[in-house]
Every structure is written in structure tokens, then in C-alpha cells.
Design a protein around this ligand. Structure first.
Ligand code: G6P
Length: 489
């Protein structure tokens, strides 16, 4: 109705995220090839028919020249994407520095960097300035493309400064912010030197969303304890209005996975994998190679399991897919060599001339290979030390209608709140506990596996990414209407 200002009568949604859902590869001075990454967020927003989504974000490449920038902008426009160009220094300070060396580990309870304190403090300051500057650059692009009636949805820890910048341009802009990571206990958040600035900026939004009720509660506590504001069951009172704070657990496009299993290429992969691992149980880990995923701990637990269960040694294989990520951040480089060392040691210890217990890959799989792998897996190991939600657990469940395999799931993943009843929940720091869970999963009787799978499958099928996006955006609309009503009264 009154919100439609565009031609085709659908409300426009500006989705702002650090990374655009495409990767761009430069082919020449003014030519680019684009590859859509069909992640959860993309299909979530395609599924919401009432909205016409446009994306604003960084294309993940450095484009210093104007010709290249223009050509990329034109190419991206076809995919409804609008680029924000960040130069190398900003990427270094904002993305590698403040986002991924400070906020990401802190929000996952790994604390602030602890090397040379003075150096850290100095670089902290300049990294925070770069963070503000980058957020301002995103705000400028949003502002250029904003039309009255649009809804602006900001995503994740990269853009905590964005709501405030946007409201400075236009107080009437409807702004939502959603965090895809955990929001930590207020006692953790308060160690951050820029703790208050970030909270103030997020509170400028009309609706603030998290995956779980606990994260929302931690955020409200941080606002009451650090800023001295008033919290209510609905949110935080801020500058004469209520900033709505609520939980919106994300899901996946489950139908996409279920349908894929019937495709001939996926069926072919399934047959190949079954042939390759005949006579052995398949255990699977799929993670970005990130310290929050607890990959070394998981592999050590698998080693302990092999140590204690000689019977299983030649009857089980662990396939660990570790997708490289943020490779310019030193912590991530250290983690790669650490994982390689552990895998090498265990394969040396338990392998034979013809087989090894762990297959470790440092790359991503294409969608069809991934679906096939999920489908042939007997036991999936999702043992993050902390994880906002973790959709690998959802994808695995979606692909297990035939096999009804077991999910071992960290209690520190957001998904534990929704899939806890069907999974075996573990404390990933406790290697003995995880080793015991592996034995239990491998020995579990079909009736119990079926019961657990059914619980999780129903959840994954009925709580989709599309429903998540639809709920958030319609609540964002309502929240603003409510706030305007209150000012009028
Ligand atoms: C997490 C974050 C996302 C991010 C993704 C990949 O899921 O919540 O915002 O896009 O990791 O990380 P990258 O740094 O490669 O964008």
C-alpha cells in the first residue's frame, strides 16, 4: 500500500552487507565475470515475494581505477547489486583488522588480541577509525540509492556503525540491523575500547535482530549496564523511542537441498562416494577454516576415539572439508598449519599403506558434491567453540531423509537451541566427551536415529530462510509504523 514508491508495486528492500553475494573476477580493463554465490541470504531474499531486494556491499576485489569501477558497477547492476569500493588500506584496517581480528574473535568469546599491548592499542585506534570510515562509505552508497518508502536492512558485525550514519542522513529511513554472530555476555563486550560507540549506533536502528533469545538478552544487558539505559522485554528505550530487540533464528532453503538429491550429477557423486568408502562409516566435518569452528579440537577428539576403539580403526573415515577464509589475517594462517600438523600426525599414526583415517581438504566443494557428501554421511560433526547459528547442521539434516544419520552438535552453536533434541549435544572443549559421543553415534540403533532425525528434519523444513527474512522485514515495517504513531500521540 502506502510504502510502494516503485513501479512494480513491490516494496524495495536495500540489503546492506559487507560482502555482496557475487564474486567478481577481472577479465580485462573494462570487463568482469561474475559468479553468484547462492548462500542462505540470497535464497532467503529471493523467497520473499513482497519485496524487491537490491544488494549493497563490497565485491571482495580491489579496483583502483575508474574504468574498472565503472565497468564493474554496470555488470553488477544486472544482478541488482551495487558496489562499495574499498581501497587496500581500508580493507587491511577495517576488514582484516577491526572486523576480523577484533570484533569477530571477541564476539565468539576468544577475547581481544593480547600481543604487545601498546602496539595493539595504537593499531586499535587506527583500525576503529577505518571501521567508522568504511561504514560511512557504505552509508553514502545507501543514501545515494535510497528512495522514500524503501526498507534498509543492515547485516552483521562489519556494519554496526551503519544505522547511526543512515539516521543522520534521514531520520525517516526504516533501518534494521541483524547480527549473524553471537552477541557475547555484556562482561565480554565491555572489554572493547569502543564498546559504547557501537551500542549507540546499533540503537539508532528501528529493529535489532539476533539468532537466539540469549544473544538478544546479552545485547540488552550491555545497553543497560554499559550505557545505563532502560531495558524492557521488547527492547531498549533510546532517545525517546523504543528500539525493538528480538530473536529471529535463521534457516536454510531446505527445498533446494532436498530437490538437489534427485539430480543425476548428485546421484552420480553419491554412487562414487559409496563405492569409495564401502565397508566404512563416513564421518563429516564442513567448516570455514576458522578458529571458532573448533577444528583442531574435533580432530583430537577423533584421535582419542581411534585410540580407545581399536575395533573401529579400519571401519571409519573422517572427511574434513576446511574452506579457506580471511587468509590475510595471521591467526588464520597459524590455524592452517596447526590443523595440517595434527592431521598429518594422526594419519601417520593410524593410517596403512592403502588407507588413512582422515581426508582433509583445504577447499570448498561445489553444491552438487556437497549435497552428495551430506547424503552419504553417517555422522556429522559440528563442534564449533562458538557459532552464531551454524547452517551446516541444517544442510546435513535436510539431506538425510534416506540415511537418518546422527548429528553431533556443539552446545555453543545457535543451532543447539533448535536441533538440540535431535542431535547429540557436546561441549567441544571436552575431547573425552566428544570421543564418547562419536562412539555412541556410530553404535546408535536405527529406531533411535530415525526418531532423532525426524525431529530435526521437521524443524529444518518448517523454519526456512525465506520465512526468517519475511518475518524480519515485516516486523521492521510494523516497528516503524508503531514508533511514528507514538510520536503523533
Ligand atoms: C560469517 C559472517 C559473514 C561472512 C562469512 C564469510 O558467516 O557472519 O558475514 O560473510 O562468515 O566470511 P568472509 O569474511 O569471507 O565474508
Amino acid at each position: 500500500g502506502c510504502y510502494n514508491s516503485n513501479n512494480n508495486n513491490r516494496q524495495r528492500l536495500l540489503v546492506v552487507a559487507n560482502r555482496l553475494p557475487v564474486s567478481a573476477i577481472r577479465k580485462g580493463e573494462d570487463s568482469w565475470s561474475l559468479e553468484i554465490s547462492a548462500g542462505g541470504l540470497v535464497s532467503a531474499l529471493l523467497g520473499v515475494k513482497e519485496f524487491e531486494a537490491r544488494w549493497i556491499g563490497w565485491a571482495g576485489v580491489n579496483v583502483p581505477d575508474e574504468i574498472g569501477q565503472k565497468a564493474l558497477t554496470v555488470a553488477l547492476a544486472e544482478k541488482r547489486c551495487i558496489p562499495v569500493f574499498l581501497d587496500e588500506d581500508i580493507v587491511h584496517q577495517y576488514y582484516n583488522g577491526y572486523c576480523n581480528n577484533i570484533l569477530w574473535p571477541l564476539f565468539h568469546y576468544l577475547g581481544l588480541p593480547q600481543e604487545d599491548r601498546l602496539a595493539t592499542t595504537r593499531s586499535f585506534q587506527s583500525q576503529f577509525l577505518a571501521y567508522e570510515k568504511a561504514n560511512q562509505m557504505f552509508a553514502d552508497v545507501v543514501n545515494q540509492h535510497y528512495e522514500e518508502g524503501d526498507v534498509v536492512w543492515c547485516h552483521d558485525y562489519h556494519l554496526m556503525f551503519l544505522p547511526k550514519c543512515l539516521k543522520k542522513y534521514n531520520t525517516k529511513m526504516k533501518v534494521g540491523w541483524f547480527l549473524h554472530t553471537p552477541f557475547p555476555s555484556s562482561e565480554i563486550h565491555r572489554t572493547l575500547p569502543s564498546r559504547s560507540e557501537l551500542l549507540h549506533s546499533v540503537l539508532a536502528a528501528d529493529l535489532v535482530g539476533f539468532h537466539t533469545y540469549d544473544y538478544a538478552r546479552h545485547f540488552v544487558s550491555a545497553c543497560t549496564r554499559i550505557l545505563g539505559l532502560e531495558g524492557t522485554p521488547y527492547g531498549v528505550e533510546y532517545q525517546g523511542k523504543l528500539t525493538r530487540v528480538a530473536a529471529f533464528p535463521i534457516g536454510i532453503d531446505s527445498e533446494r537441498f532436498i530437490r538437489a538429491l534427485d539430480l543425476p550429477p548428485v546421484q552420480d557423486h553419491i554412487k562414487e562416494l559409496q563405492e569409495r568408502f564401502k565397508g566404512r562409516k563416513v564421518m563429516l566435518g564442513v567448516d570455514r577454516l576458522d578458529m571458532i569452528k573448533g577444528i583442531p579440537q574435533k580432530i583430537l577428539a577423533f584421535e582419542k576415539f581411534l585410540e580407545e576403539n581399536a575395533y573401529w580403526r579400519d571401519k571409519v573415515v573422517l572427511l574434513q572439508i576446511a574452506v579457506p577464509t580471511r587468509t590475510d589475517v595471521p591467526e588464520y594462517q597459524k590455524l592452517t598449519s596447526q590443523v595440517h600438523e595434527i592431521v598429518g600426525r594422526i594419519n601417520g599414526r593410524f593410517g596403512s599403506l592403502t588407507t588413512v583415517p582422515i581426508h582433509h581438504l583445504d577447499r570448498s566443494l561445489d553444491f552438487h558434491e556437497l549435497c552428495a557428501l551430506y547424503a552419504v554421511t553417517d555422522v556429522a560433526l559440528v563442534t564449533s567453540l562458538r557459532d552464531g547459528m551454524n547452517l551446516v547442521s541444517y544442510e546435513f539434516v535436510a539431506c538425510q531423509e534416506k540415511k537418518k544419520g546422527v548429528l553431533i552438535l556443539s552446545e555453543f552453536a545457535g543451532a543447539a537451541q533448535s536441533l538440540g533434541a535431535g542431535a547429540i549435544l557436546v561441549n567441544p572443549w571436552n575431547v573425552t566427551e566428544v570421543a564418547t559421543a562419536i562412539a555412541r553415534a556410530l553404535n546408535m540403533l536405527p529406531a533411535e536415529r530415525e526418531k532423532r532425525h525426524k525431529h530435526n528434519f521437521l524443524h529444518v523444513k518448517s523454519h526456512t530462510a525465506q520465512e526468517w527474512a519475511g518475518t524480519f522485514v515485516s516486523e521492521l515495517n510494523d516497528t516503524v509504523i508503531e514508533a511514528q504513531l507514538r510520536t503523533r500521540q
